[in-house]
Design a protein around this ligand. Sequence first.
Ligand code: NAD
Ligand code: LMR
Length: 346
Amino acid sequence: MPHFVVDSTRRQSIINGVMKTPVTVTVTGAAGNISYSLLFRIAAGEMLGADQPIVLKLLEITPCLDKLKGVVMELEDCAFPLVQEIVATDDPAVAFKDANWCMLVGSVPRKAGMERKDLLGINGKVFVGQGKAIAENAAPDCKVFVVGNPCNTNCLIALHNATGMPKENFFAMTQLDEYRAKSQLAAKAGVPVAAVTNMVIWGNHSSTQYPDFTNAKINGKPVTDVISDIEWLKGDFIKTVQQRGAAIIQARGASSAASAANAALMTIKNLVTPTPEGDWFSVSSITDGTKYGLPAGIICSQPTRTNADGTHTIVEGLPIDEFSRAKIDATCQELLAERADIKDLL
Ligand code: NAD
Ligand code: LMR
């Protein structure tokens, strides 16, 4: 299998002070649209910190290696001081070797008129091989983050095939949905988006997801104290967030890329940075069947905190009213149905 390595040890010498041990970040679909935004921000230190050296391992399918070569040339031309080495390959064993973070972006995006779960037949099997390759090659405490759609169930497939790896190290992206929800609430309330906190997306990254306005806050107050238009919150707000990906495909002729890259980067930043007191963020992770009535064994978006020691905790005790209960149950049912559809891949 062809692969090429760019050794930039010369750059190490221009980083002053004590060098941290480099972190190996593997990104799949590295010549794709999301990666074209994501890689440069990772390399600039926006994800793991401005003092964290990085080894980038980039995986593509063989026909896209030439395109990937161009991306690597551009990365080189940025002369990012943190980048110690770039490996570009079509061999998963090479790409996942010693990986600390595996960002699984590579997979086909949907077209207008499709639901994300319509991609399971095309994309699902990719995550069988990649799950196995991660278990065989990555660092034992490697964390895996799935962006490729349908990301929750693809993540479940990777988890089941990564024999021996801790289940709690697998995540799928719902941060983009959280940002979409915050942005909609901020616009409606006429406040800066930073005023919106405590927003959790429950369930699946799909048109059944539930952006939970009942537990969200604006300037520290319940959303419903600030936005009195309950019909909007229960109706257009939820629908807009659920359908935002489709609306972008409709408008742009291609699925979200820069905003997806931003959310991917921010998820990992959130997973490595202690969460501000009292807040949480949205990421999908494996359910254990003990919290909020979520069925066990699905990759479900839940309110998550990163602790000072780098571990993660699901925030417990949030009130779930009757309206929220029905929405959460519906999105979990969809995740169970997706799991049933791909049971042969688990
Ligand atoms: P893209 O088509 O531009 O790029 C995907 C890249 O993946 C391509 O270069 C392709 O060659 C590569 N690829 C395909 N199979 C591969 C494999 N087995 N190994 C390695 N690389 C492989 O698509 P994009 O816009 O970058 O989107 C990528 C995925 O992310 C899509 O599935 C899309 O639906 C999804 N997405 C998810 C979210 C989210 O919130 N979870 C948001 C946006 C997009
Ligand atoms: C998104 O939410 O923008 C992505 O999942 C792409 C899509 O298919 O909607």
